[in-house]
Design a binder for this molecule. Structure first.
Ligand code: NAP
Length: 243
C-alpha cells in the first residue's frame, strides 16, 4: 500500500486529496501554514515547513512516505526545488501535479515580465488604479511604487499594509468572471498584475480584463528542475499504481 505525501495549498491538491480519500489510499496533506484557517481536508493534515530539503528527506524517512506529489502552486519554487532534492536523497518517487500556464487569447493585452522584481520596475510611472493579484507575501516589493492606488484581494485580513493607497477585499477563490468584472468596474481598475498561475481558480480576472479591454502585467513562472510532471488526478493515481 502506498503512503502518499501531498504538498498542497492549491485547488489541484484538494482534488487529489479527495480522490485518494475516496479510494482509501493512505495520504497526508501538507500545508505551509500561510493562511489563518486552512481548508480542512479528507486526509490527515500537517502544517508548517519541513526545514529545507534535508528536513523533508528526514520527514519522508521517519513517516515511511512511499510517494511524494508536489501539488504546490507553480510559484512555490523553493518548496518544489526542495522536493526534488529531498526525494533524490531519500530515493522516493516524486511527481508534480501541474497545470498549464495561461496563454493570451485574441483580445488580451498582456505585457510579460520574468519575475516580481521586473513587475515592480514595470510599474514605474504615473499613478494608476492597479488590481495587484499577487498574494500577501509579495506586497512589500510593490512598496517601491507607492504612487498607485492598489486593489488587493487576500485570503486573510492583513495586520498592516506596506502600500499607502489601497483597498483590501478579503476573499478566497474560486472567483467568477461576472464578480471580477463587477469588482474591477467598481474600483475603476486600469491595470491588472497577475502571476501566471494557470488553472481555473484564479483565471476569472483575466477573462474579466479582456471583457473590459484592460491591460495585464503577467509575471511568468519561475524555472524549476526537471521532474515527472502529471496533468491531472487520474494520471497521479495511475502513477501511484505503477511506481
Ligand atoms: P515557497 O516560497 O516555495 O516555500 C517556502 C518554504 O515554505 C518552503 O521552503 C517550505 O519550508 C515551506 N512550504 C511551502 N509550501 C509548503 C507545503 N505545502 N508544506 C510544507 N511546507 C511548505 O512557497 P510559497 O510560494 O510561500 O507557497 C506556500 C504555500 O502556499 C504552498 O503550499 C503553495 O502551494 C501555496 N500557494 C502559493 C501561492 C504563490 O503564489 N506562491 C499561491 C497560492 C497558494 P521548509 O523549507 O522549512 O520546508
Amino acid at each position: 500500500m502506498p503512503n502518499l505525501l501531498i504538498l498542497g495549498g492549491t485547488t489541484e491538491a484538494n482534488a487529489l486529496a479527495k480522490s485518494v480519500a475516496d479510494q482509501g489510499i493512505p495520504a497526508t496533506y501538507s500545508y505551509a501554514g500561510r493562511v489563518d484557517n486552512p481548508r480542512s481536508q479528507p486526509v490527515p493534515m500537517r502544517v508548517g515547513g519541513f526545514g529545507g530539503a534535508a528536513g523533508l528527506a528526514r520527514y519522508i524517512h521517519e513517516h515511511g512516505v512511499s510517494h511524494v506529489v508536489d501539488a504546490t502552486h507553480p510559484f512555490a519554487a523553493q518548496m518544489s526545488r526542495n522536493a526534488v532534492d529531498a526525494c533524490a536523497r531519500a530515493a522516493t518517487p516524486l511527481a508534480a501535479l501541474t497545470r498549464p500556464a495561461w496563454v493570451a487569447q485574441d483580445g488580451d493585452n498582456w505585457q510579460h515580465v520574468p519575475d516580481i522584481e521586473a513587475a515592480v520596475e514595470a510599474l514605474a510611472g504615473p499613478a494608476r488604479r492597479v488590481f495587484l493579484a499577487v498574494g500577501r507575501m509579495h506586497l512589500h516589493d510593490f512598496a517601491a511604487q507607492p504612487q498607485h492606488h492598489y486593489l488587493l484581494r487576500l485570503v486573510d485580513d492583513p495586520d498592516a499594509l506596506p502600500l499607502p493607497k489601497s483597498d483590501v477585499i478579503v476573499s478566497r477563490g474560486p472567483f467568477s468572471v461576472e464578480e471580477d468584472r463587477a469588482l474591477m468596474e467598481r474600483h475603476h481598475t486600469q491595470l491588472i498584475v497577475s502571476k501566471n498561475a494557470g488553472g481555473t481558480g484564479a483565471r476569472a480576472k483575466l477573462d474579466a480584463a479582456r471583457a473590459l479591454g484592460l491591460p495585464v502585467l503577467m509575471i511568468d513562472r519561475p524555472t524549476l528542475p526537471k521532474r515527472t510532471e502529471l496533468a491531472n488526478v487520474t494520471q497521479v493515481l495511475d502513477w501511484l499504481a505503477h511506481t
